[in-house]
Write a protein that binds this ligand. Sequence first.
Ligand code: ADP
Ligand code: ZN
Length: 743
Amino acid sequence: MNTPVSAIDVAIPLHLDSTYHYLVPPELAPEIAVGKRVLVPFGRRRLIGIVLGSIRSTEELKPVVAFLDPEPLLTTDELEFLRWASSYYLHPLGEVIRAALPAGLLTPPSSKEDGPSMPDQRLAIQREPFFHIAAGSEAHPRMGVRALEIYAAIAATAELSRTELRRRFGQPAPQLKRLVELGLITREEREVYRDPFREETVERDEKLLLNEHQAAACTALTDALHRGLFAPFLLHGITGSGKTEVYLQTIATAMEGGKNALVLVPEIALTPQLVKRFRRRFDCGIAVLHSALSQGERYDEWRRIRRGEIRIVIGARSAIFAPLDRIGIIVVDEEHEPTYKQSEGFRYNARDLALVRGKRADAVVLLGSATPLLTSIHAADEGKLLRLELPERARGLPLPEITLSDLRGRKGSVFSPSLVQALRRNLDAGGQSLIFLNRRGFATYLVCGDCGHVIRCPNCSVTLTYHRKGERIVCHYCDYSLKAPSLCPGCKVGSITLLGQGTERVEEELGELFPEARIARMDRDTTTGKDGHAKILKGLEEGTTDILVGTQMIAKGHHFPGVTLVGVIAIDTILNFPDFRSAERAYQLLTQVVGRAGRGDNPGRVIVQSLMPEHYAIARGVAHDGAGFYREELIFREEAGYPPFAHLAALHFSGNVEESVKTSARGAAALLCELRRSRGGLVEILGPIAAPLSKVRGRYRWQILLKCRRRDMLHALLKVFHDGWQSAAGIRTIIDVDPVEMM
Ligand code: ADP
Ligand code: ZN
């Protein structure tokens, strides 16, 4: 027997389920620490992994090349959380860790020569000189005017950075050099953060006096914070009921107790107002993990959090992994938003992980929404979430009055006469209007008037959308695009008819109806770039926009006091999706859009155009009858055996050859049936069937849906399947635990 030697267990960020052992030479042994990055040989490459633990081994092992961090990047507690997520979502630990760390940290050096240093220049730590007045120094009046000015500027503050001096003086280098040589100022180089918000200054505000419902919610939350135990809350407050104020005051309480706060929002670019409200209220360190940050900025924000310089982290989905310690409260704003679920790779749900992380940290978890998930409502009914309700608008304002406009049997303009009239009146009265529809582009169908040929994407099973800007037809799934044809590509003689309406067309029609109105559009095409969203939202805020047309982006929690009219053009399309959550989505979206109206001093009005006015999602939404909607939806779910009455997992199979995808999916279903028999499970196996979107990016897609009342049983079956299943060549198998997207 060999004597055991010092070795480590390492997670590698590849699609591999196992972890790997490496020998640690004695001279490197003192550097071993869980959570550090380590450069290791892997096949013919060198990769960066994370140390999971130290072990004694008698195996023949390859030695590590180097440890890359003086201090661990992840704590053992964080690693345990990630291990839990890896096992729950059946996703390799190395990839889970990669998703949790700032991008680029685990990217290996491109060649062996690069050595073990920081692999990516974009992640290089930035340093900058700072200038101070030397002790006891005094500037000589005979010096040049410029040098004197620079000296005075430095003397006026404790210190000035080179960036700041350059901003004020252009090219101060010669004078600075001279001042240093004369011993009048000193120069010190320090690490600095790339802070994308440094420029911004905000006015502080004060706590608002809470109304009785808000006060009751805050009292319950404060009590829970004082107990210091895990407590999950559902804050169900109608739109404009002042949920944000409850978040702010509860976070203040947590911070008074020395605790920190993590705030998750569906999409940070869409929530500049929320971020601003936090900056107004708190003058502590706030990190905003914005998707538009550069890799370097992101890494700097991450380091500020790791070092304890941050008390509040605000971010989208991936902020659930922020290295914040002493978490007292995790807020999940708009908890119903599907964007909390990562839809590719590591398919976690940040809303669900918030509960897991909150439990580990003995924290309060506050899920807030005007339209909570049905599963959350049910959990509150069962006492698994503590219910807090804000049933009235914060400032006592009424909910907007809603008129349903039945579109059945009507042809012509996308706007019903009543919507046109309401827009006209609102415009004349100086009010702002929002027009919602959930399709971007101009026309969503291009059909040949002669032969009936419909233009489809060659790579995906969807029609192409015509975009007037650029005169192109575009696939919204794979971005395939081509110049819009004037003749039918099928029969080569017929001319093309444009059917279906998108935001572009609606904007154009509005322009024709109201030539004097200032109209803006907000959808994926108009919000590219770092400030795309903010610019459009600002137009509404500052009153330079009269009518804003947009997709679901305009529905998200915005607070625009000037909006007094909302028009909903096509909510029905959502109801036609082959997804058991379509009614829930339609109800949520409708209620959220409606909630944008009448948030200021003038009452709001809403007109909902619909082809299915009797559908309960529409009828209940229009009647402000949330309780009624949830009651009906719950009955449907129970009858159909969907969540909250079952847990789900989806298996996706895809490949370039349809026949092999089908064969694979059938093989998997057979294996599942066999495994289920031996394990005596109650798991229902549905499928395989072709996915509703049967082809995307040239890949054919098949699915199996697994359903079970018991989560443990479903998970056990998934685990044995995962361990035993070998995808055929060219076929990709994906396991999606708690799927949200069923397309
Ligand atoms: P929600 O997040 O529930 O949609 P907000 O927090 O945006 O609602 O609140 C809507 C408006 O009401 C905001 O302008 C907010 O400043 C105001 N508000 C909230 N709470 C109070 C309060 N207690 N007294 C007065 N105004 C309030
Ligand atoms: Zn396509």
